[in-house]
Ligand binder design. Structure first.
Ligand code: ZN
Length: 422
């Protein structure tokens, strides 16, 4: 464990602390896996033995947190998954995706679902122990859908033609909890990008959602909802679902309910996947995919939620071949370009709110004394130009849990080499 006890002094940097305030010059001392000091000048008697990292005017900021990525879909900027690999290979792909996320500055991830939830759980443990590189992970179930058919089977038949079956939903929640997931995901609506015309078709009865919510509370785990329609969003809020994805067609009443629940709910409006479909040259969106309508509607809903104080998180359904992991920071730009947030406000969605969706808001997501040392050193200023985070080459350092994942070699020296020591 001696490597984890190394201390680091970051000097000549400007610090974006994650709250949305502008970046200002400061020094940061990391000791073990925590931020020990944030100050204009760290007392040099605390720096003995530290490795000095020269900021050279770059911006030091919290590691990014993604609120909706699928490690299990297996596609990254380095490798495309066929999605038909044998299970053992799917597990390797889940691990691969974690490493690529970390390479791109994502030090935490709130999983959007995995067809092999046991793989999400396994990599969560391996990433936490540090023997595989990857983000802090909240592991998720596969996406429960109407009739609780098998993982990876998406037909979205809707609730018509069947009777409510709360027992099977409770059985699903219990089975997932037994595997050790943190999150159970329910596809409350279909998805027109997968099965045309289903984004506003309810897949669950209210009594099933209520039963799932009660089971999740009993097991001490969270619910996430895939919810495009207003009706689905309302049901999710009413029954205490913690993270709500898409919210594309939320109406006034749904927006009011989200605003009233702002202290307990997180919303990922997932612009990344919409962008990917709009820009897909090989398979331009068909009318039935409702891509345009989804885009236009979410561009009305998301800014309103932001204005009303609802915590939006980034995470645009990354992990598909069309929308690979490694492009996650595109959501930040779309929060600015599509939803009208300032760059600093968009960053806060990925830092402070990220720490909060991980349920670690008192120790994750900010550059603050006592917080976990998940830090990026960024060439360029993302509070001015949010797009600098889309290019991995701008990440001079990625640190997770006080350990260097990547660092430009020329930035590093031993304390005392140029300072008269202590
Ligand atoms: Zn998703």
């Amino acid at each position: 464990m001696s490597a984890a006890m190394t201390s680091y002094l970051v000097e000549n940097a400007r610090v974006f602390d994650g709250t949305g305030a502008p970046a200002t010059p400061a020094e940061v001392l990391v000791a073990g896996n925590r931020i020990a000091v944030v100050a204009d000048r760290v007392p040099r008697d605390r720096c003995a033995g530290a490795v000095v990292i020269d900021g050279r005017g770059a911006v030091l900021m919290p590691g990014l947190v993604d609120g909706h990525t699928h490690l299990g879909f297996g596609s990254t900027v380095e490798h495309v998954s066929s999605r038909t690999e044998p299970d053992a290979e799917k597990t390797l792909l889940t691990a691969h995706c974690g490493r690529v996320m970390l390479d791109h500055g994502f030090t935490s991830c709130y999983s959007g679902g995995n067809r092999m939830p046991a793989a999400d759980v396994a990599v969560r443990e391996a990433f936490a122990a540090g023997w595989l590189p990857g983000p802090r992970l909240r592991a998720a179930s596969w996406e429960g859908s109407a009739g609780m058919v098998s993982p990876g089977h998406y037909d979205f038949p809707g609730v018509g033609g069947r009777t409510p079956d709360p027992d099977s939903v409770v059985g699903f929640v219990d089975a997932m909890a037994d595997l050790g997931v943190d999150i159970v995901k329910l596809s409350l609506t279909g998805e027109s990008a997968v099965v045309e015309g289903t984004s506003r078709v309810m897949q669950f009865f209210e009594e099933e959602v209520a039963a799932a919510a009660e089971a999740a509370r009993r097991r001490g785990i969270w619910l996430t909802a895939h919810a495009h329609s207003a009706e689905a969003v309302k049901l999710a809020v009413k029954h205490g679902v913690r993270a709500i994805y898409h919210v594309s067609f939320a109406d006034e009443e749904a927006i009011d309910m989200l605003a009233d629940a702002r202290d307990r709910v997180f919303v990922a409006p997932t612009p990344g996947i919409i962008w990917a479909h709009l820009n897909d040259r090989e398979r331009p969106p068909t009318e039935g995919m409702e891509t345009r309508e989804t885009f236009e509607s979410v561009c009305r809903v998301a800014p309103e939620l932001h204005k009303r104080g609802v915590r939006l998180v980034i995470g645009g359904d990354y992990g598909f071949a069309l929308n690979p992991i490694g492009r996650n920071a595109r959501d930040l730009r779309l929060f600015v370009e599509w939803f009208g947030l300032s760059p600093a406000e968009a960053l806060r969605c990925a830092t402070q709110y990220g720490g909060e969706i991980m349920d670690m808001g008192d120790e994750l997501g900010l550059v603050r004394e006592g917080y976990l040392a998940d830090l990026l050193l960024v060439n360029g200023d993302p509070t001015v130009d949010i797009t600098v985070l889309e290019d991995r080459a701008n990440l001079a350092m990625v640190m997770k849990d006080g350990r260097i994942h990547t660092l430009e070699p020329s930035r590093r020296r031993v304390f005392g080499a140029e300072h008269g020591a202590a």
